[in-house]
Ligand binder design. Structure first.
Ligand code: AMP
Ligand code: ZN
Ligand code: FE
Ligand code: FE
Length: 275
């Protein structure tokens, strides 16, 4: 393992633009040798990624990004190195995707009642294979000319305090940690710099989180140092990656730029007694 390590990416199995094979191919092009795909509430890209990775000698680490709720906040929990065939995990992810579907229908109905003629089928086309979410609704609104830009769709309609907002089915951070642990994996709090307060972080540590995402485009070097310090104080694992989505996000410059050292992967494996 001498190349770059990126443990946070998305494919079209959630709100990313690329297929797992396309993502793995691009990973190879930018010098990544260890990659984890962390689709939101979905692990269906794992097999295809692992198959494609053989062509490039890339190691694919099973990953997922679960959305949990703490108070009114959305806390993203990354899971790694679980058994992708675990029944409880698969069952839970399927349930969460069904709930997301029903919730997206509700949001579209609210938009329709506000005289925005958005067709739910168009939203589903944007979601493709993925768990349908607000990013797909925003993209569909943009394509249909119902908003002049992506961010405005959130600001005016579907953001957390917008008139067309509908909450997601709630799982707690403890639930997320438990689901991942029962499937044999480790859980990492994603991009804490976004909205996780110091108090939330200590709550998550008490809830049994295994590590903190230190490297992320939302963290400058001072933030990285801060989280690295917390990880070392509490004997937590460190993680990181680009959170690359591709497509309209236009974050291609992040892929291959936000990477971590391979020691991090070894530390994760050691914690799980994987050779
Ligand atoms: P969902 O899981 O369907 O609630 O969608 C959450 C996702 O929507 C987040 O991960 C962000 O990518 C995106 N999002 C949420 N709020 C905003 C916002 N105000 N502006 C842009 N994107 C947002
Ligand atoms: Zn995403
Ligand atoms: Fe996230
Ligand atoms: Fe992500």
């Amino acid at each position: 393992m001498t190349g770059k390590v990126d443990l946070h990416t998305h494919t079209y199995y959630s709100d990313g633009a690329l297929s797992p094979r396309e993502l793995v191919t691009r990973a190879h092009e930018v010098g990544i040798t260890v990659l984890s795909i962390t689709d939101h509430d979905n692990i269906d890209g794992t097999d295809e990624a692992m198959e494609a990775a053989k062509d490039f000698g890339i190691e694919v680490i099973p990953g997922v990004e679960l959305s949990s709720t703490l108070g009114t906040k959305d806390i993203h929990i990354l899971g790694y190195m679980f058994d992708p065939g675990n029944y409880q995990l698969r069952h839970t992810l399927e349930f969460l995707r069904k709930e997301r579907f029903i919730r997206a229908e509700r949001i579209v109905r609210k938009l329709n009642s506000m005289d925005l003629p958005l067709d739910f089928d168009i939203v589903l086309e944007h979601a493709g294979h993925g768990a349908v979410g607000r990013p797909h609704i925003a993209a569909a609104m943009l394509d249909e000319g119902l908003t002049s830009d992506y961010a405005e769709a959130f600001d005016q309609y579907i953001g957390d305090s917008g008139p067309a907002f509908e909450p997601k089915y709630k799982i707690s951070p403890e639930d997320a940690v438990e689901i991942i642990a029962n499937a044999g994996g480790i859980s990492i709090v994603a991009h804490p710099g976004w909205y996780v307060s110091e108090q939330d972080l200590s709550y998550l540590i008490r809830a049994g989180i295994d590590g903190i995402e230190v490297v992320h485009p939302a963290h400058d070097s001072a933030r990285q140092r801060y989280y690295r310090g917390i990880a070392s104080t509490y004997f937590l694992l460190e993680s990181g990656g680009s959170d690359f989505h591709g497509g309209k996000r236009n974050d291609y410059q992040n892929f291959g730029t936000y990477t971590v050292k391979s020691d991090i992967v070894l530390a994760m494996k050691r914690r799980l007694f994987i050779q």
